[in-house]
Design a protein around this ligand. Structure first.
Ligand SMILES: Cc1ncc(COP(=O)(O)O)c(C=O)c1O
Length: 410
């Protein structure tokens, strides 16, 4: 097939004239293909899917009821632009109730259509060509991708177990620190499951002030905190002077497809991001914002989501340990991150986590997500579908049987 006339018109940031011609397959696409293959090869073998990063549950009944009512209200029909005041007020109440953080809902809070778009837009506010965004790896890459779109560079900060999966800010080269404009953090961290400490956040505030860097803390998983109480970056003295925190209704409220979140913190940064947002979208459907108010004002919902994923993680940690994996209960998220096996007792070897993950899917219908950015690791998610606890236990028993038979070595 000959190229369309516009093949040479694609922007360099997405590959220029070579766009669409690469043969490299994105990691998640590889997993999807392997899953399809495993289902085709072994139609009678249950696929144990620890790969999905999406909640398995529906939003709470009262939230869905609120949505059903609001969808019929004529005043909810139009463009929401930068959001309704009532949602910002509910987000501010939530920040006060959960974290003890006081915010002005008018100037210090703004809604977004999920946290992903906010992370995609923040580089537009700060990054000029040659500027640096500091990003932790492994991690959620969206802010880094858009930094590159604007001609910026990404400096990767590896998250290592020996440092509690917190980045080593002191180790950043002086030249990088000089050019750095954004420091993107994510706690509770995906995929490592680590939570940040007050002490770490205090060091972040100090670092940001000294090096004049803006902090963007992605709190998408914050409701799913198991180690201590959930902690907001903004609860640490001085944080509001150096950055913002981005929150989401997706993970903690089972509203992943509803697409709603908010960013909050320094009013000038909130204003800049809201301005970019206003030039990119026209706001989330007001009925969704109103249903989300019901969610944010109901303290029982986060408790239920947290309890369910904590229970599932505890079972998975015990199981994997019995099968030889080194892992511990994560501080947060619905992910368990552990060193990947290097082979199996019958002599098979894996050159990296991706090879281990592909083997587990193809040969044993066990889906995980590999990470090789900071040493070979596998991420197990506990968002698998299981109707009730007995179903959960049955799934765990099958997983254990298969993993024991593999006899992984590390
Ligand atoms: C670390 C992290 N941040 C942000 C997001 C985006 O969440 P949402 O756009 O649904 O709020 C995700 C989703 O997987 C995530 O894992």
């Amino acid at each position: 097939m000959s190229d369309p006339y516009f093949q040479s018109l694609f922007a360099e940031r997405i590959g220029g004239a070579n766009y669409g011609k690469g043969t490299e397959i994105y990691k998640f696409e590889k997993i999807k293909r392997a899953k399809r293959q495993a289902l085709a090869d072994h139609p009678d073998r249950l696929l144990l899917d620890f790969g999905i990063g999406e909640n398995d549950g529906m939003a709470a009944e009262n939230v869905r009821r609120s949505m059903a009512e609001e969808i019929n209200q004529p005043e909810n029909r139009g463009y929401a632009d930068n959001g309704i005041a009532a949602f910002k007020e509910a987000a501010a109440r939530f920040m006060q109730r959960v974290f003890g953080v006081t915010l002005d809902p008018v100037a210090e809070v703004n809604h977004c259509i999920g946290s992903k778009p906010a992370l995609a837009m923040i580089p537009a506010c700060f990054v000029n060509p040659g500027d640096v965004t500091l990003m932790t790896v492994p991690g959620y890459p969206v802010a880094g991708t858009h930094t590159r779109y604007y001609g910026g560079e990404v400096h990767r900060l590896p998250l290592l177990r020996e440092h509690g999966y917190l980045p080593d800010l002191d180790g950043i080269p002086a030249d990088v620190k000089r050019r750095a404009k954004l420091l993107v953090l994510n706690y509770p961290n995906s995929p490592t499951g680590a939570v940040a400490t007050r002490d770490f956040y205090a060091r972040v505030v100090d670092f940001a002030t000294r090096h004049q860097v803006v902090v963007v803390q992605d709190a998408a998983h914050t409701v799913l905190t198991y180690e201590g109480a959930p902690l907001s970056f903004l609860a640490v003295p001085g944080a509001k002077d150096v950055g913002i925190e981005i929150h989401s209704l997706s993970k903690g409220f089972d509203m992943i497809g509803w697409r709603l979140g908010w960013f909050c913190g320094h009013p000038r940064i909130v204003q800049a991001l809201a301005d970019v947002k206003d030039n990119s979208d026209s706001g989330q459907f007001i009925a969704i914002q109103k249903a989300a108010i019901t969610a944010l004002d109901d303290p029982t919902i986060p408790g239920r989501t947290r309890d369910k994923y904590r229970r599932r993680l505890e079972k998975l940690v015990a199981l994997l340990r019995r099968c030889g994996f080194t892992c511990a209960m994560p501080g947060g998220t619905y992910f368990l991150y552990c060193p990947a096996p290097t082979g199996t007792a019958d002599g098979r070897t894996f050159e990296n986590a991706e090879a281990a993950s592909q083997y587990l899917i193809h040969e044993h219908s066990i889906v995980t997500v590999p990470w090789d950015d900071a040493g070979p690791h596998l991420r197990f998610s506990v968002t698998y579908e299981a109707a009730d606890e007995p179903a959960e236990d049955a799934l765990m028993a099958t997983a254990e049987e298969r993993l024991r038979a593999i006899r992984p070595v590390f």
